[in-house]
Design a binder for this molecule. Structure first.
Ligand code: NDP
Ligand code: 13P
Length: 345
């Protein structure tokens, strides 16, 4: 049995607390809202984020970060990307113990263009950081908390750390793979949210499955184009953290990004949508970051650019789709195959 503290008592932090509690670990769930922590401890519920679920009584909620970290060597960081620096800053003030940091967030920081493992290294002194491990894959909290079959991948520069985390989480309902490609895993997990927003938009506009299949496929092409230029293994994008997460996020009603996109497609404006969600929609900030990354790496990302125009430049969703369809003709495998090398079929 290990002692683990999860930072962030939202949907995903709470669902992962259930997995770890089911595996017999001593799980502490830290959240910054006192009422929520009291509800977890007294009623074994998290009514805001997973209202249908009764939590295992073994999950202990903490409101004091200092108390939550006493005797702890492993933490799970389950807050939105934009809160990571703030939370880690608080962590570094209240512990002296080197930590294995498992992060489960899916985003990229605009402007710095750092991936989450890079933000963690940037924010924590080396003496406090033992290992960084990312856990990612097609895994909606709503289904994990019901113990429905789910598969994810963990990745770290240290295979030993990856295998340690694999063992912590793995059970009959939650199957964990390892993959040494941290860049590919983090880029796939972050960028699929952009495509999910776009898929929500086309669904909201009333376009059908053809449009969604096109977005998933061409979305994967642009994610893989950027991700491999950044140093990711192209094969990672055909795995759980690439196409796997892209499928689940673009097709599931649980997806916050898809739901936000759906409202945009129905004509709501971005502020109204984010206000009504009450949960993090990572794809919005990540669209900004990916737009900047595409420029930096000189990679074509037409779907990302179109979504950027809808979110930040006031372009109508339908007009953005029309412009994507009217792009100059091209070869499907434009970056992978030199057209003159193709066999003359
Ligand atoms: N939900 C899911 O199925 C999955 C989510 N993820 C990723 O996990 C990350 C978290 O997502 P998710 O759990 O869905 O998000 P939620 O919006 O459900 O929960 C986020 C939690 O973080 C808390 N929080 C926000 N800012 C701070 C802060 N500054 N200090 C302390 N706590 C803070 C929120 O508190 P408050 O209530 O006050 O807002 C809330 O408890 C995201 O990056 C997401 O992409 C990954 C896989 C699956
Ligand atoms: O990453 C997720 C599922 O794997 C969750 O996606 P959403 O944030 O869109 O709900």
């Amino acid at each position: 049995m290990e002692k683990i503290t999860i930072l962030g008592a939202g949907s995903w932090g709470t669902a992962l607390a259930i997995v770890l509690a089911d595996n017999g670990h001593d799980v502490r769930l830290w959240g910054h809202r006192k009422e929520l922590i009291e509800e977890i401890n007294k009623e074994h519920k998290n009514s805001k984020y997973l209202p249908e679920i009764n939590l295992p009584k073994e999950i202990n909620g903490f409101h004091s970060l200092e108390e939550a970290l006493i005797g702890i060597q492993t933490i799970v960081l389950a807050v939105p990307t934009k809160a990571i620096r703030e939370v880690l800053g608080q962590v570094c003030k209240v512990t002296n113990t080197p930590l294995t940091v498992i992060h489960v967030s899916k985003g990229i920081e605009p402007d710095t263009l750092l991936r989450i493992s890079e933000i963690i290294k940037d924010e924590m002194p080396e003496a406090l950081l033992k290992d960084v491990v990312v856990l990612s894959g097609p895994s909606h909290a709503e289904e994990v908390s019901l113990r429905h079959p789910t598969t994810v991948t963990v990745s770290s520069e240290s295979m030993e750390a990856s295998e340690y985390i694999q063992d912590l989480f793995m059970n009959q309902h939650f199957r964990v793979y390892t993959n040494p490609d941290v860049i590919g895993v983090e880029i796939g997990g972050a960028l699929k949210n952009i495509i999910a927003l776009a898929a929500g938009i086309t669904d909201g506009l009333g376009y059908g499955d053809n449009a969604k299949a096109a977005l998933i496929t061409r979305g994967l092409a642009e994610i893989a184009r950027l991700g491999s230029k950044m140093g990711g293994n192209p094969l990672t994008f055909s795995g759980l953290t690439g196409i796997g997460d892209l499928i689940v996020t673009c097709t599931s009603v649980h997806s916050r990004n898809w739901r936000a996109g759906h409202m945009l497609g129905k004509g709501k404006n971005l502020d109204e949508v984010l206000e009504s969600m009450g949960m993090v929609v990572e794809g919005v900030r990540t669209t900004k970051a990916a737009y900047q990354l595409a420029k930096k790496y000189d990679v074509k990302m037409p779907i990302t650019n179109a979504l950027y125009d809808v979110l930040f430049n006031g372009v109508e969703a339908k007009q953005a789709v029309d412009s994507l369809m009217a792009r100059v003709k091209t070869h499907e495998m434009e970056d992978l195959v030199n057209i003159t090398d193709l066999p003359n079929l």
